[in-house]
Design a binder for this molecule. Structure first.
Ligand SMILES: [Zn+2]
Length: 360
C-alpha cells in the first residue's frame, strides 16, 4: 500500500520510543486508548498485515450517541466483516456519525464509502486528498499512459519491468469501495469538536498531497495516519503524473513543522505499528535518516548513475520485482530533492534514459 519499506540496517541510532500497550486489538475487538477513544485494526494483505483505525465518541446531528471513525481499511469482504464485528461488538451497535480519513491511500480511504452509505454519514477529508483520490480511481480500467511508460523507461527499467507495469496499471481503484460522492473539507489549523473534545487538524505533505493528522491537546493524543510511523519510514515517491515533483522537500518540511505544532508529550496513534510516546525524537530521526540518505546518494553520484543504479545507498534490502516501483519512486524523490538543492544534475541519453551526477 504505498507505505514505505520497513527500516533496516541503516537505522543504527534509532531513538528509544515507548509503547504503552502490550497488546493491540484482534480483528473485531477494540482497545480503549482514552475516555471515548478506541483503537481497532482492519486486516490488510501483505507485509503490513493490518491498519489501525480509531473510533471517537461523538454525537450525531440528531443528538444520538455515535462514533466518529478515523480511517477505514482497504475495500474487501475481510474488512467489511471486521467492520460488522466491531460495530456490533465494542462499538455497541451505535451509529457512525462521520468518517474522517487522514489521506487517500486505499488502506485508509478504501471503506469510507461503505461506512458513509451504511450510516448516511459525511466523509471529512482535505480537498487535495479527495480530489487526487478521485482522479487516481478514474485510471482504473484505462491502459497505462505513454507518459507513464516513458517515465519508468527513463529510470532504467527493462522491458520486462515495463511489461508488468502495463499489466498491473490501474490497481489503485481496486482497493476502493465506491467513493463517497461528496465530502466535508478539512483545512490545516481547523479545530474540530468531536464529542467532548477538540481536535486540531495538522496537515503534512510528501507521503500524500494534503495528509491530515488530528491532534487533541486535552487528551494529549495525535492521530498521525502515515505521516509519523514509529517503525516504518513512510513512502515518499515521485509518480509519473508529476515527474519533476519534489515531495521529499515537502516531507522534510512537514516533519519539521509538526514538531513546532504538536508537543512531545502526546501519545501518537499511528496507522501502522503500535501507539507510542517519543514524537519529537521520531521526527528528528526521520529527518536525519533522509538527510543521511541524501548525503550517501550525492557521494555515489560522483560517477553518473541511472535511478535503478542507486537503490543500494537508499535501501538495505535487495529490491525485487515487487519493490521496484516503490524503490524507483523513492529514489527519484531523493534525486529530485538533490536537483532542487542544486547538488545534482540530470541528463537524458539518446535512449530516453536519465543519468544523474553530482553538480560540478
Ligand atoms: Zn499512506
Amino acid at each position: 500500500m504505498r507505505d514505505g519499506i520497513e527500516e533496516g540496517g541503516w537505522e543504527s541510532h534509532r531513538p528509544k520510543l515507548s509503547y504503552p500497550f502490550e497488546h493491540g486489538p484482534k480483528t473485531g475487538e477494540a482497545v480503549d486508548i482514552a475516555p471515548g477513544v478506541k483503537w481497532m485494526r482492519m486486516p490488510l494483505g501483505g507485509a503490513l498485515a493490518f491498519i489501525n483505525v480509531w473510533a471517537i465518541a461523538d454525537k450525531a446531528p440528531d443528538g444520538r450517541d455515535g462514533w466518529a471513525i478515523v480511517d477505514t481499511g482497504i475495500s474487501g469482504m475481510e474488512t467489511r466483516n471486521a467492520w460488522r464485528a466491531v460495530l456490533q461488538g465494542p462499538l455497541e451497535g451505535k451509529p457512525v456519525t462521520r468518517v474522517f480519513v487522514t489521506h487517500m491511500h486505499p488502506d485508509h480511504i478504501g471503506m469510507s464509502g461503505y461506512l458513509t452509505r451504511k450510516f448516511d454519514a459525511r466523509l471529512w477529508i482535505t480537498r487535495l486528498e479527495y480530489i487526487t483520490c478521485r482522479s487516481l480511481a478514474a485510471d482504473t480500467g484505462r491502459e497505462a499512459p505513454a507518459d507513464a511508460v516513458a517515465f519508468f523507461k527513463a529510470t532504467g527499467w527493462d522491458e520486462d519491468a515495463l511489461e508488468s507495469y502495463r499489466a498491473k496499471f490501474g490497481g489503485f481503484g481496486r482497493g476502493l469501495y465506491a467513493l463517497p460522492d461528496s465530502f466535508h473539507r478539512l483545512n490545516d489549523g481547523d479545530e474540530v469538536r468531536i464529542g467532548d473534545h477538540t481536535w486540531r487538524v495538522v496537515v503534512g505533505s510528501g507521503h500524500s498531497p494534503e495528509h491530515a493528522c488530528l491532534y487533541s491537546p486535552e487528551l494529549k493524543l495525535m492521530i498521525s495516519g502515515d505521516q509519523v510511523l514509529p517503525k516504518i519510514s513512510s513512502n515518499v515517491s515521485v509518480f509519473p503524473t508529476e515527474p519533476d515533483g519534489d515531495p521529499l522537500t515537502d516531507w522534510i518540511t512537514s516533519l519539521a513543522r509538526i514538531k513546532t505544532q504538536i508537543p512531545d508529550d502526546v501519545l501518537v496513534l499511528p496507522a501502522h505499528n503500535d501507539p507510542f510516546h517519543g514524537l519529537h525524537a521520531r521526527l528528528d530521526h526521520l529527518i536525519s535518516g533522509h538527510e543521511r540518505g541524501l548525503t550517501r546518494l550525492h557521494e555515489l553520484l560522483a560517477e553518473p548513475k541511472r535511478v535503478v543504479d542507486v537503490f543500494s545507498v537508499l535501501f538495505r534490502r535487495p529490491i525485487n520485482e515487487n519493490l521496484l516501483g516503490l524503490a524507483t519512486g523513492e529514489s527519484l524523490a531523493h534525486l529530485n530533492c538533490l536537483i532542487a538543492r542544486g547538488q545534482v544534475v540530470r541528463q537524458r541519453d539518446q535512449n530516453g534514459v536519465d543519468w544523474y551526477r553530482a553538480a560540478a
